[in-house]
Ligand binder design. Structure first.
Ligand SMILES: [Zn+2]
Length: 267
């Protein structure tokens, strides 16, 4: 079925909502989100931490979408949720929006154990990639840690480096006006998009290429990260929102999808 026919069919089946949800991706050349994947998925959405990253506003972008998509979602503003063993063992997916702050070893173990045992994990920007700076095992799980955003909020380009992976298939390079995250990244993650730094704010990193979005495993759990989403308005960029939604869907399939194998050492 071609794209236009799919959209027409979708609008017949689900009314305007699905069509409207697909529109940003049509504009950006992105294929529609795979329907039905979040149906009945058990999701824990934990938000908090540094308020400059607008965790509450971001919650209000993603939680309604998850609900509309049929996910069974628990929304929590405390890391103590990670202590609830019974609840954690039933999660298909954990989304965390928690910049900086600290996590106790009990809370941290609750999260790490759940992902190692097969729960997916997804998040963006500092909410997943700059959460608990003292916790190296947490960083081992995420696969990267924010270290700088030279120049603060600037204009930069995101390059799609993997055009075959379903998460970034059909996407073109796009521009952001936000923080360009310079990250320390596990060299064994599967990188989907990158950004190249210039000499405007830190001359020695001119030409440096840093991952923007990646997928990986921690134990049996799928982990997806995107550095886009400094503030809620960043998700008005259709590609930034689309990559994140696709990453969330992919991570939510952690217990059901095939284990992917794409470790390709480059050195
Ligand atoms: Zn930020």
């Amino acid at each position: 079925m071609d794209r236009r026919k799919f959209l027409e069919k979708s609008s017949h089946i689900a009314g305007g909502a699905l069509l409207a949800a697909s529109l940003p991706f049509k504009l950006s050349g992105m294929t529609p989100l795979p329907p039905g994947k979040l149906e009945n998925k058990k999701v824990l959405f934990v938000w908090g931490g540094w308020s400059g990253h607008e965790p509450e506003k971001c919650r209000d972008i993603f939680v309604p979408w998850l609900r509309e998509s049929g996910a069974e979602i628990i929304v929590s503003d405390t890391l103590d949720s990670y202590l609830d063993k019974e609840m954690m063992t039933t999660r298909d997916l954990i989304i965390q929006v928690w910049t900086m702050g600290s996590i106790s070893s009990e809370q941290s173990n609750g999260l790490l154990d759940a992902v190692r045992s097969g729960a997916g994990l997804a998040g963006w920007h500092g909410g997943l990639g700059d959460s608990f700076r003292e916790n190296t095992e947490y960083q081992f799980m995420v696969g990267g840690q924010w270290v700088a955003h030279p120049g603060g909020v600037i204009s930069y380009v995101v390059n799609i480096t993997d055009r075959e992976d379903p998460l970034t298939e059909g996407l073109d390079d796009f521009s952001m006006h936000s923080e360009q995250y310079y990250m320390h990244v596990d060299p064994n993650v599967k990188v989907l998009a990158t950004t190249t730094f210039d000499n405007r704010h830190a001359g020695w990193i001119d030409g440096c290429v840093v991952p923007v979005a990646w997928k990986k495993y921690y134990g049996d759990g799928r982990v997806f990260y995107s550095s886009l989403g400094h503030v809620a308005a960043d998700f008005e960029v259709p590609e930034a929102l689309g990559i994140m939604k696709r990453g969330i869907i992919w991570a939510s399939e952690s217990r059901y999808g095939m284990k992917e194998n794409w470790i390709k050492p480059v050195y």
